[in-house]
Design a protein. Structure first.
Length: 448
């Protein structure tokens, strides 16, 4: 489930997210499914609409990230680039290695043995040593510069000294053995990695070795979380009808694991004016709200979106839990994902709508599909897709208990969410799995 890099790419001046995503899609071989354009609908008609099928909702969210304004690439220092996507090819700024080096601790020797050994050895990081003459050897450390006219390097365990202080090889010596010649890995100007490559720890190491202090990358999408609800406590035990806020602590790190930069978390309560002000004053690429997406007396999300002229791209999804979720376009380069207030329903909305949108904005390639058979039966909804937490075994997925909309106990122990089709799934039936960022030792969670 690791993301793959693209084969070719544009330079930074011609870069935009849509172009990089097109390259990624070409490399992955996925078909470009045509999704009908979302219909504009009054934001206040929360229930007078046809909910979007789950798979289609994800494609709409993915496409929404491509339709925004061009996002300029940024120059990022290596210590801040982890998890970003390259917006310019990584081209070698030097030969690797940049000089002939020893691949082993041992002796550099010239000509046939036995060899007289110099008193002073050669260490890594020192200036170029004096050339060797035939019949001469010098102690050398791994990574040290090879003296001119060296025939080979003899490993420490493959040489012995006689009583006269001369070196003898205990194995046949091949010309050039255990020497890394200059340019063995690459030459200056070679393309090492293309546009669209995800910056992993190994990519950072390669960039540093190739001479880079910064890389050109797609900036992280900026996300803001608006926590709604007068009934929420931020500390202590529930009391007097008040409950602890689970989404405020959970959503920011989850969004970071999905590649976003969380710029703010604001608690607004059930206040329509505060919600409108927060949305219209935000400069985030993605605004995430919690709760208030239904049609109750204090559910202000739909009316607020209607008042500010937002375009509803997804207004309810045929999925349980989480069917009241929504996706709206506030401006060309700004979207809002409205999550249900129940915790597991909010997770469902996060993975259904926020994940594909953020992935596209960050120009990350889609993860490889994963499917496994279920170890046990999974009950389904008669008409809607159902997402349930599962634990992964070598060859199966085990449905977990405590998977109700308001429960987090199941997802806290899960490795993935199983996509259960309408009607349910029988034991042994293969189902699609949604990866969680921290499962499978996933690189995404390490990038935050």
């Amino acid at each position: 489930m690791t993301a793959r890099s693209v084969r070719t790419g544009d330079d930074a001046e011609d870069f935009d997210v849509e172009e990089v995503l097109a390259l990624v899609k070409e490399d992955s071989g996925r078909e470009d499914h045509a999704v009908p354009a979302p219909q504009s609908a009054p934001a206040s008609s929360a229930h007078a609409h046809q909910a979007t099928p789950w798979g289609e909702a994800r494609m709409i969210a993915e496409r929404a990230g491509r339709s925004g304004a061009r996002r300029a690439p940024v120059s990022v220092t290596l210590d801040a680039a982890l998890g970003l996507t390259l917006a310019a090819p990584l081209t070698a700024l030097t030969d690797l290695p940049s000089f002939d080096t020893s691949a082993m601790d041992g002796w550099a020797v010239a000509g046939p043995g036995p060899w007289d050994v110099r008193d002073e050895g050669v260490l890594a990081g020192h200036a170029e040593p004096e050339p060797l003459t035939d019949g001469e050897a010098v102690r050398i450390a791994t990574g040290a510069r090879i003296p001119l006219d060296t025939t080979a390097v003899i490993r420490s365990e493959h040489g012995r000294m006689d009583t006269q202080g001369r070196l003898h090889a205990t194995r046949e010596v091949g010309h050039g053995q255990d020497i890394r010649p200059r340019g063995q890995e690459c030459r200056t100007g070679d393309q090492l990695l293309p546009v669209g490559t995800l910056v992993t720890p190994a990519v950072l190491g390669l960039a540093a070795a190739a001479g880079y202090d910064t890389v050109t990358a797609v900036p992280r999408p900026r996300a803001e979380v608006l926590v709604l609800g007068d009934e929420l406590l931020t500390e202590g035990l529930p009391h007097d009808g008040l409950i602890r806020d689970a989404l405020g602590p959970m959503l920011p790190p989850w969004l970071r694991a999905l590649g976003a930069e969380v710029i703010a978390v604001r608690r607004l309560g059930d206040d329509a004016k505060a919600l409108r002000k927060a949305i219209t004053s935000s400069d985030a690429d993605l605004i995430v709200t919690t709760g208030g997406t239904a049609s109750g007396p204090v559910d202000h999300v739909h009316p607020t979106l209607s008042r500010i002229g937002a375009e509803l791209l997804v207004n309810g999804v045929k999925v349980r839990p989480g069917h009241p979720m929504l996706l709206a376009r506030i401006k060309d380069n700004q979207h809002l994902v409205g999550l249900p207030g129940n915790p597991l329903a909010a997770v469902s909305g996060l993975l259904t709508l926020a994940e594909p949108l953020l992935r596209t904005l960050a120009a990350r390639p889609a993860p490889e599909p994963l499917a496994l058979p279920l170890q046990d039966a999974a009950h389904g909804h008669p008409y809607d897709t159902r997402l349930i937490p599962v634990a992964l075994r070598v060859d199966s997925a085990v449905p977990l208990h405590y998977n109700g909309p308001a429960m987090l106990r199941g997802i806290a122990a899960a490795d993935a969410l199983a996509v259960v089709p309408p009607g349910g799934a029988r034991p042994g039936q293969e189902v699609e799995l949604l990866d969680l960022p921290w499962a499978f030792a996933g690189i995404e969670v390490c990038f935050t």
